[in-house]
Each structure stands twice: as structure tokens, then as C-alpha cells.
Design a protein around this ligand. Sequence first.
Ligand code: DX5
Ligand code: ZN
Length: 228
Amino acid sequence: MRSWSKKETCNLIKISVSILTCDFSRLYEQIKQAEEAGVDMLHLDIMDGNFVPNITMGPGVARSLRKKIKLPFDVHLMINNPLDYIEAFSDVSDILTVHTEAAGDIPAILKKIKSYNIKAGLAINPDTEITAVTQYLEELDMVTVMSVHPGFGGQKLIDSVLPKIKQLRQIADKKGLKPDIEVDGGIGPDNISAVVSSGANIIVAGAAIFNDKTDVKNAVKILRDKIK
Ligand code: DX5
Ligand code: ZN
């Protein structure tokens, strides 16, 4: 399993690169560029066309990438009935995140994810209250706070989620817990420091890294410099 130590994670800010907006005709090449540019994780957005109005990839694509990419795989399931797909993604995930809005039996899902010895995450959409996840904090390795409505890359960050991140980090601190807090969607050089100072320690970035105006290495460097 290519995971990372919780201690290290909570101290350092990690960049998880989302491939949703990369050039899929050059998928491997672009991921390699991001890996060489020093991103920390690979964020795979799995969409079923039901939970979100878009369809992306399945475990097969992740499996072929896993043979060549050494980054930890941060798999984000934006699908209905996620319980039915935990096994299929279990060997291609270092952390597997499901949405509370689609989950159904969350304790059963978390138990199943952990039974494969992978990290468990819950994601909440911009309009979902943090109470949807705070009740599970003791069992979670990560909470993903969506800063866009899920389905597409390249959207604008919804600023009203920032206080949610702050509140979530405060509740975790009060409970003496150190879950990773990942923020996903619309993050770029102009808002990454606000997201980090709200309490996030994992930043998902797609368009900010793969947009065609900059080269990948330079794009990652710009994000890193903004975090310092
Ligand atoms: C949206 C996905 C995000 C998105 C991030 O549904 O979950 O991971 O691809 O991409 P950017 O950084 O382009 O918003
Ligand atoms: Zn995502």
C-alpha cells in the first residue's frame, strides 16, 4: 500500500492532482509530468453519470495506471450505491472516499473499506452540513469537503465552504482527532492559501495544474509557492 504517515500528513500540505481535466490522449504522460513535478497523490474522479451528470473511468483504467505510477491513489467515488463497488476499487486505492449523499449505510461502507486495509474517506457536497461527517470522525482517515458541485473540473471555488472547513478542523481538534481534510474543486494560486489557512491539509488540483497555458512543473511550483 502506498500510503503516507498520518503524522507527516497533518504537518505537511499535500497536493493531490486530479486527472479530470488532463488531456486523456496523453493521460500517462501528463500524470508522469505531475509526479515528476512533485505532487503527493493522484486523485481519481470516478463518476457514474447518475450521482453526478458525468461519466469518467472504472477500476480498469486505475489498474493500468497503478502498474506505472508510484503515487498514492486517492480515489473519489462520485457514484450511487458505492458499497457495491468497494471491492472493485480496493486494490487500486490507497484511500477510498465515498459521498455521504450517496452512501446509504455509512458504517457498513467504512467497515468494508477498512477490511481491505485501505484508508477510508467521506466527502460532502457544498450544500451538505458537516454534521453528515462529524458523527463518523473517529473512524475516518480523511474528510473531503467539496468546494464545487461535483461532476466537472475547471469550475470556480465556492467561497462559502471555507467556514465549513474551519469548523470541521475545530471539531476534530476538540475531539483530539487528526483526520486529513481534503478540499476538492476550483483550487488555484489565487485561493490555495485561504483554503489551507481554513484548516485543509490536502488540496486537490486539476485545471490549475493541467490547464494548457502553463507547463505542469511550473503550475505545481506556483501552487507550492503560494502555500509557503
Ligand atoms: C469534481 C472533482 C474534482 C475536480 C477538481 O467533481 O471531484 O476532483 O476534478 O478539478 P479542478 O481542480 O479543475 O476543479
Ligand atoms: Zn474529486
